[in-house]
Write a protein that binds this ligand. Structure first.
Ligand SMILES: Nc1ncnc2c1ncn2[C@@H]1O[C@H](COP(=O)(O)O)[C@@H](OP(=O)(O)O)[C@H]1O
Ligand SMILES: [Mg+2]
Ligand SMILES: [Mg+2]
Ligand SMILES: [Mg+2]
Length: 357
């Protein structure tokens, strides 16, 4: 299978980073949360997860040139007064790496300086040439802070195309989260922690995050009638226009209420058919970043779904850190997509008309 070595390393890196996040979420302290210059939250776990993935990929794939486009950087950790938090992240990363049976074992403990360097390996700009790893060390930091959904999202771009994606979703139940799920009463419904992975042309698989049990192949929903479909959107109204989604859902005749969850766990849940549609319409002026969608996009497309912008164009991950989009991102299966595109077009036109009055 193509990308076998890379997939092995990516699964290992995302699982280990997720373990670090789970530990932090359990003992979350107020001092673990900082605010970035754009006022979004970042925690010791975001930094720790980024360092773990960066170090692990480099160790496991040491023969290859390494380029990583990742969300976090060390600027705030280098400021005066950050020493305590930096020490804490370094200890977290050292403790986490010590638990793993690595290909090349860690022979010495990392210093705070090594930690800063590992985080800053993620400053690549990506682009259309060569290979670039793309990482969101915690996607859904707000969900993470609430104790809800979040994901460690790792993907690989080759010549501007996504060829591999891994989503570790520590709080996502192994059973379906669809509102009307028959699995709801089954004994497995309490178990949480899913690892989704996909490589180009080979389909999407899911396995429990913390066990060695075999992966199962997953497929998007086969629902053809939108009335029977349910749709996902962001939990945070600031991340996506809930009014616009509800107008689109009404046009399609969707009966179920929206399923609002944080992070790319939405893409994971869609890839196994928990819902049939994902609608994401950021407020005007917001620019989507590639690390929020690279892993999720391949997980859904390899499971048979379609991911486009609101105009029906495939997402272009070759332009650097940002995605240039027509209005938003929509996801559905092949049958529903033409109807969805029509409903999206009509709802956006109505919204524009209303706002120009
Ligand atoms: N105003 C905004 N509009 C759209 N997306 C936003 C946003 N502010 C933050 N985000 C992005 O939304 C991501 C979470 O997605 P979701 O809404 O699906 O949970 C955040 O990822 P991080 O949590 O990694 O920062 C962040 O990149
Ligand atoms: Mg963030
Ligand atoms: Mg994110
Ligand atoms: Mg993030």
């Amino acid at each position: 299978m193509a990308y076998e070595k890379e997939l092995d390393a990516a699964k290992k890196a995302a699982s280990l980073a997720a373990r670090l996040c789970q530990k932090v979420q359990k003992e979350l302290l107020q001092s673990d949360v900082q605010s970035k210059s754009d006022k979004s939250p970042v925690t010791v776990a975001d930094y720790g997860s980024q360092a773990v993935v960066s170090l692990l990929l480099q160790r496991e794939l040491s023969s290859e040139p390494f380029s990583l486009v990742a969300e976090e950087d060390s600027a705030d950790l280098r400021k005066d007064g950050s020493h305590e938090i930096l020490e804490r992240i370094t200890k977290l990363v050292n403790d986490t790496l010590a638990t793993e049976n690595l290909h090349k074992p860690v022979d010495s403990t990392l210093s705070t300086d090594d930690l800063l360097k590992a985080i800053d390996c993620g400053t690549s700009e990506g682009g259309p040439n060569g290979r670039h790893w793309v990482l969101d060390p915690i996607d859904g930091t707000k969900g993470f802070l609430r104790g809800d959904q979040y994901a460690v999202a790792l993907g690989l771009l080759e010549e501007g195309k996504v060829v591999l994606g891994v989503l570790a979703c520590p709080n996502l139940p192994l059973a379906s989260i669809a509102g009307d799920s028959k699995d709801k009463n089954s004994s497995s419904s309490d178990e949480k922690g899913c690892l989704f992975f996909a490589t180009i042309g080979s389909g999407t698989y899911m396995q429990p995050l913390d066990s060695k049990s075999d992966p199962v192949k997953v497929h998007v929903s086969s629902v053809e009638n939108p009335e029977e479909a349910s749709f996902f959107e962001s939990f945070e109204g600031a991340h996506s226009l809930h009014d616009l989604s509800s107008s689109i859902a009404n046009k399609l005749g969707v009966k179920a209420p929206p399923v609002r969850i944080d992070s790319q766990a939405k893409y994971g849940a869609l890839s196994r058919g928990d819902g049939a549609i994902y609608l994401r319409f950021p407020h005007k002026g917001y620019r989507e970043k590639i690390w929020d969608h690279v892993a999720g996009a391949i997980v859904v497309t390899e499971a048979g779904g379609i991911v486009t912008d609101a105009g029906g164009k495939a997402l272009d991950f070759s332009k650097g850190k940002y995605l240039d989009l027509d209005t938003g991102i929509i996801v559905a299966n092949e049958k529903i997509m033409p109807l969805l595109l029509k409903a999206v077009r009509e709802s956006i036109a109505e919204q524009e008309k209303a706002s120009s009055l």
